[in-house]
Design a protein around this ligand. Structure first.
Ligand code: ATP
Length: 354
């Protein structure tokens, strides 16, 4: 098991900066997600932790030891690139034992270890089978077996489920998380899928354009996004934004949108000018008596709930309502926002006011 501390890590490729001065800590035994859109620098960050890429500057400590300039082979980690990368000419048992035998472990000891890992993964009855004929799920289990058999301090996985169809992907995600909970080794997992990150991660780093936008537990990132990018990237549908000119702070517990006073959490930080009120769809409520008005544009039926798109004087937002709530396109309705669930942002910097 391992604690991994990343401090001011930066990576330039020529004049292009792929990762800018990132700092965060992965605690021992955590399932840690590096999340962000394509090209945001998450793979580069993972490769620097793994020793496959040298940082331009900054430090990486694994269990207190500085490893930034050490090669991957000296870091005692396992990189699961792509779960399907097996040796096709070997059977299941040999695929799993390969890393041990190539390190010079005696055959009997390796065999015992392979059996132990196969039991954890539920594949002890297929150890003699050629990998060629295995189902996708079993191939994934074998690839995982090969990674965990060495008992590395940490596992690094780069979009390991990326190639799978949705249903199977969800199943393997659950299995992977359960496996982690059984063996408890620190796992760093790269994904661009916010749902996968929210469901599987103990903690998440959200990256954008090489910058760490936010770092924390899934619930905090969802409830208290630090930036408009995070608010928009996490959640489906994402947080809605109402843009207005105004003033917050100084102990005030409301903001003025048009001619309506909207209750908001009391801000410690004051700001004036172009502001944004962020609210998630499940915290937008219909209330005929509410003075803040909107026009219903469309409703998307989702079974027990519906997503209703609303036009306000300050932009479009969405509400998640019970399907039983009657709404008609074109209708004018009153909106009430749960004040405890509002996040205010400065429009220019896109940063949340706290
Ligand atoms: P993806 O999900 O598409 O892999 P990512 O978030 O993992 O995206 P990275 O692979 O870390 O992103 O790449 C970040 C940026 O750095 C990208 O713009 C990429 O083109 C660039 N980059 C990555 N490796 C190199 C390299 N060896 N040389 C030059 N540029 C690179």
């Amino acid at each position: 098991m391992a604690q991994i501390r990343i401090e001011n890590i930066r990576k330039d490729f020529g004049s292009f900066t792929a990762v800018q001065s990132s700092t965060f800590t992965i605690e021992d035994g955590e399932f840690f997600m590096l999340l962000g859109p394509s090209g945001c620098g998450k793979t580069t960050t993972l490769r620097m932790m793994a020793g496959l890429e040298l940082p331009t500057s900054g430090s990486i400590h694994i269990d207190g030891e500085e490893v930034a300039q050490k090669p991957a082979s000296q870091r005692d980690i396992a990189f699961v690139f792509q779960m399907f990368a097996l040796y096709p000419h070997m059977n299941v048992g040999r695929n799993i034992s390969y890393p041990l035998l190539s390190q010079g472990m005696p055959k009997a000891e390796a065999k015992a270890r392979v059996l132990e890992v196969a039991k954890i993964l539920g594949i002890e009855n297929i150890l003699d089978r050629p990998v060629g004929g295995l189902s996708g799920g079993d191939r994934q289990r074998v690839a995982l077996g090969r990674a965990i058999v060495r008992r590395p301090k940490a596992f690094f996985m780069d979009e390991p489920l990326g190639a799978l169809d949705a249903e199977f992907r969800e199943h393997m995600a659950e299995e992977l998380r359960a496996l982690h909970d059984r063996i408890g080794a620190t796992t760093v997992y790269v994904t661009h899928d916010q749902l996968e990150a929210m469901q599987m991660g103990d903690k998440i780093v959200v990256m954008n354009h090489g910058v760490v936008e936010q770092f924390g537990v899934p619930q905090d990132i969802y409830d208290w996004p630090a930036t408009m990018f995070v608010a928009d990237f996490i959640g489906s549908p994402p947080m809605g934004f109402l843009r207005f000119q105004g003033l917050v702070g100084n102990g005030a517990d409301r903001v003025r949108l048009g001619d309506c006073d909207i209750p908001v959490p009391v801000q410690r930080e004051g700001a004036e000018g172009a502001l944004v009120l962020g609210i998630r769809p499940e915290h937008v409520h219909l209330d005929d008596a509410a003075p803040y008005r909107a026009e219903v544009l469309a409703a998307e039926y989702l079974g027990t709930t519906q997503i209703v798109t609303l036009r306000t004087a300050h932009g479009l937002i969405k509400a998640r309502l019970p399907s039983s709530t009657p709404v008609r396109a074109g209708e004018q309705i009153g909106l009430r926002f749960d004040p405890r669930k509002i996040t205010l942002f400065r429009a220019d910097k896109g940063r949340a006011l706290r």
